[in-house]
Design a protein around this ligand. Structure first.
Ligand code: FAD
Length: 288
């Protein structure tokens, strides 16, 4: 019987990367991963687009490199809304054969004009499926301190999250946020709902204008504190100042979160290892 993977440190420090879709991106990711490996993170998670659900050619390749070449634990993201049960079963077998037994079980975003397969309408169903087929897998799930946009309301969102966790989740990773108070209120709501698994805080350092603009158009429900908005406004056209202030803001968030006892930090790296290096170097002593 295969043993479940070992637990992570407390607090943990981990990174998210995405599989590239160009040759240039692939070369850049190789450098990024080599750099990230030097930081000896608790794990590196690898996203999976549900537009291109060919996990073997994308997520699995990168996750295999992380775990079996760089010897860093990896978590493979698995959005299942557009996959059949057979397809998910095959992907789980492929992961198992590679020794990758940690997955981030997701529903995935609803894509306009694409009909869902219907086998997995919510992440909870996927988690039941994984538990049944691969009881030795370690399962992470997503959560939303500022409420998932499709949820009817905050109470329903927490109730659904409780069901998802009870289906067999080992830890949660949050959607990015810039206001730590949202995270602390969310922790309290989880405690009241008896959601007791570790909650890793998802932090994205904003280091360039494109990232800032994307954030403003895609994360409509994310609260932007006055201090953070002032950085975006003042340094919009000053790349070096924006980068310096964005990194300092993320570091400040992380110091506060770890000081207040957060279970870990998951850094959305956008495949840039220099931001991860900045944070890891500055905050190393907090993660011992
Ligand atoms: P679920 O937990 O299934 O929840 C989705 C919505 O349905 C919520 O509003 C919830 O309240 C509601 N709900 C849940 N259960 C029920 C029920 N039984 N009845 C009615 N409503 C219900 N997307 C990708 O495509 N690829 C990735 O690699 C990826 N990585 C991510 C990593 C993290 C850390 C996070 C936070 C998100 C990631 N996403 C990714 C985005 C994610 O797929 C979307 O946010 C998606 O819309 C929700 O996925 P979920 O697994 O959280 O959904």
């Amino acid at each position: 019987m295969t043993q479940p993977p070992a637990p992570f440190h407390h607090p943990s420090l981990s990174y998210e990367v995405f599989p590239p879709n160009t040759q240039v991106g692939a070369e850049r990711l190789t450098h990024t991963l080599n750099d990230l490996a030097e930081l000896k993170p608790d794990f590196i998670s690898v996203t999976c687009s549900n537009r291109q659900p060919n996990i073997e050619e994308t997520t699995l390749k990168v996750a295999n490199h992380v775990q079996n070449t760089l010897h860093i634990p990896t978590i493979a993201h698995l959005p299942a809304m557009y996959l059949s049960k057979e397809r998910v079963a095959d992907s789980l077998d492929s992961l198992d054969q590679l020794g990758i037994r940690r997955v981030l079980a997701l529903r995935g975003d609803i894509l306009e004009g694409l009909e869902p397969v219907g086998d997995f309408s919510y992440a909870e169903e996927l988690i039941h499926f994984i538990k049944e087929r691969k009881p030795h897998f370690d399962i992470t799930a997503a959560c939303y301190p500022e409420v998932h946009p499709d949820a009817p309301n905050a109470v329903a969102d927490i109730r659904f999250l409780k069901r998802k966790v009870d289906a067999g989740v080992d830890r949660l990773i949050t959607q990015l946020f810039f206001d730590n108070d949202c995270f602390y209120h969310f922790q309290e709501k989880c405690a009241l709902a008896n959601i007791e698994v570790p909650i890793l805080a998802g932090i994205m350092p904003i280091v360039n204008r494109n990232q800032a603009l994307r954030l403003l158009t895609t994360c409509e429900t994310t609260k932007l504190p006055r201090k953070f908005k002032a950085i975006l406004d003042k340094y919009e056209h000053e790349p070096q100042a924006l980068r310096a202030a964005g990194l300092a803001y993320a570091l400040d968030q992380i110091v506060d979160l770890i000081t207040q006892g957060a279970d870990g930090i998951h850094l959305y790296t956008m495949n840039q290892s220099d931001t991860a290096h900045y944070i890891a170097d500055a905050a190393k002593a907090l993660f011992k």
